[in-house]
Write a protein that binds this ligand. Structure first.
Ligand SMILES: Cc1ncc(COP(=O)(O)O)c(C=O)c1O
Length: 489
């Protein structure tokens, strides 16, 4: 294959290879990488790359429409575009980069592996690297599961972990229906999308996996029962239990219940402890496998290694992706071996043996599971939450602030419209979009989610420095106060 030559006459691949051979990863906190022949360091503009991207990539592209830049470098909580603009990254690969960009220890571990002649692609064959990854992960499970756990490596995206888990539970139980929750997000594959709440993503895709039944998820600010508070949680618990135990409910006994411990894309809505505990108790009583999707909220983001630990429950199946691959693509399903009724090859996939991801993921698990590290996540999360609650008291466009650890959401509303029966203003995607745009102008990258895209989500690196944290919240505050002048009351 022909490769473009750089300014020093080497091809970019030659440059990358020689870079990997000759470099030990620097501990410097600024951007140390800039090999003049690598394409990303040519001096083209953001517009140049965006125009080319627009003309070649599918209409489904989404982030470039909100963040119209081409990235050249990244380190820690900072990213830099091809024009040299530096941004604070509060998106971090949609929560994938638990330790930020280009963490020196992760990169060194990967460089060491690359240069060691170890195989990098191994299907589902075992290796010392895989063995270490598996045992590091199993050691972090709740005791009850740890001694009975099996693991399935999936094709490297969260959606495939969801599909694998659905197939696993259907096979194990011989049943067909699935219970999911409004606002839930489990991926974009056909099975995962069928279990996802967001209608916009589903409306144009006919004949998704049938027999998925959606139950109300407690969401105090927009309570599905129009009650809110503890009473709303009690209603959701009662509805779940009574429906599943009702011989006239219309829903046959499900193969699985699938839930996120903290809904992410749905608008950063933590499942109340009582709700998770009720779901666990009822599913156990009825012998229904409980799949807990920790793809976004797991691996320390909530301040616990697994977010379900807040409720002290033990799932039958745990879905992991994003941060578990330590920046590299990976998805796994961890499950109770009583469900392992799969025959050989029941869920295959070529890319299940990414050794770089296993190496990097092991580093992440070791660092993030440290009690001091998790305590810092909670401390930083508390700091942001405190600042946001103060900000909410100064403006009228913030309806709600919620979350756990460094998974926080700020729900924007239109305060000029009428409040509903529980005192909430309508969600405003327009206000959130304006906040996002102005944050981007001030070099803070932050993503939205939730109903009509009204919820701004904090998905910063878990090891973000205090200085960067303060800087980001200062920018956010300044922007929200400015936007409030236009949309507030
Ligand atoms: C909770 C949850 N489950 C599943 C997925 C799907 O993961 P992927 O985008 O890697 O397919 C996501 C992605 O955002 C997620 O947040």
């Amino acid at each position: 294959m022909l490769e473009k030559k750089g300014t020093n006459g080497r091809t970019s691949m030659q440059s990358v290879r020689s870079f990997v051979r000759s470099h030990k990863i620097s501990q410097a906190s600024t951007f140390p990488y800039c090999d003049a022949s690598v394409d990303v360091c040519t001096h083209r503009t953001n517009q140049y790359y965006i125009t080319r991207q627009d003309s070649t990539e599918s209409n489904a592209r989404s982030y470039p429409r909100k963040f119209p830049f081409a990235l050249a470098k990244a380190r820690g909580s900072w990213i830099e575009d091809v024009e040299g603009n530096k941004y604070l990254d509060f998106l971090c690969g949609a929560g994938t980069l638990a330790l930020g960009h280009n963490d020196p220890e992760i990169n060194q571990a990967m460089v060491d592996l690359i240069t060691s002649n170890a195989p990098l692609h191994t299907l589902d064959l075992t290796t010392p690297v895989k063995d270490e990854f598996v045992h590091t992960l199993l050691d972090l499970l709740p005791l009850e599961l740890k001694n009975n756990a099996k693991i399935q490596f999936c094709s490297p995206s969260g959606t495939d972990a969801t599909d694998a888990a659905l197939k696993l539970c259907k096979t194990a139980t011989g049943r067909s229906s699935i219970i999911a929750f409004g606002g839930g997000y489990h991926g974009m594959g056909h099975g995962a999308l069928a279990c996802t709440g967001n209608l916009a993503a589903k409306e144009k895709v006919n004949a998704l996996m049938p027999d998925v039944h959606f139950f109300p998820f407690p969401y105090s600010y927009r309570c599905p029962f129009a009650i809110g508070g503890d009473d709303g949680i009690d209603a959701a618990c009662a509805y779940f239990e009574r429906t599943l135990k009702d011989p006239e409910s219309g829903i046959t006994k499900p193969a699985a219940v699938i839930i996120e411990s903290i809904q992410g894309e749905g608008g950063v809505i933590p499942a109340p402890i009582k709700f998770l505990q009720t779901i666990r108790r009822v599913t156990k009583e009825l012998d229904i496998p409980l799949i807990v999707d920790e793809i976004q909220c797991g691996i320390g983001r909530s301040g616990k290694f697994f977010a379900f630990e807040y409720a002290d429950i033990v799932p039958d199946v745990i879905l992991l992706s994003k941060a578990i691959g330590g920046t590299q693509p990976m998805a796994v399903v961890v499950y109770n071996k009583k469900l392992d009724k799969w025959m050989q090859g029941a869920h295959t996939g070529t890319f299940r043996g990414n050794q770089l991801a296993m190496k990097a993921g092991t580093v992440v698990m070791n660092r993030v599971s440290n009690a001091d590290f998790l305590a810092e996540v909670i401390k930083k999360g508390n700091y942001i939450e405190k600042r946001l609650i103060e900000l909410k008291s100064k403006v009228s466009i913030i309806g709600d602030v919620r979350g756990k650890g460094l998974m926080l959401g700020i729900e924007f509303v239109n305060p000029k419209e009428t409040i509903d029966s529980i005192g909430s203003f309508p969600a405003s995607g327009e206000v959130a979009a304006e906040v996002q745009y102005k944050c981007f102008e001030k070099k803070l990258v932050v993503e939205k989610g939730g109903r009509n895209g009204s919820v701004m989500r904090c998905l910063c690196a878990l090891n973000i420095s205090d200085d960067d944290l303060v800087k980001a919240i200062d920018i956010f505050e300044e922007v929200v106060i400015a936007v409030n002048k236009k949309y507030g009351k």
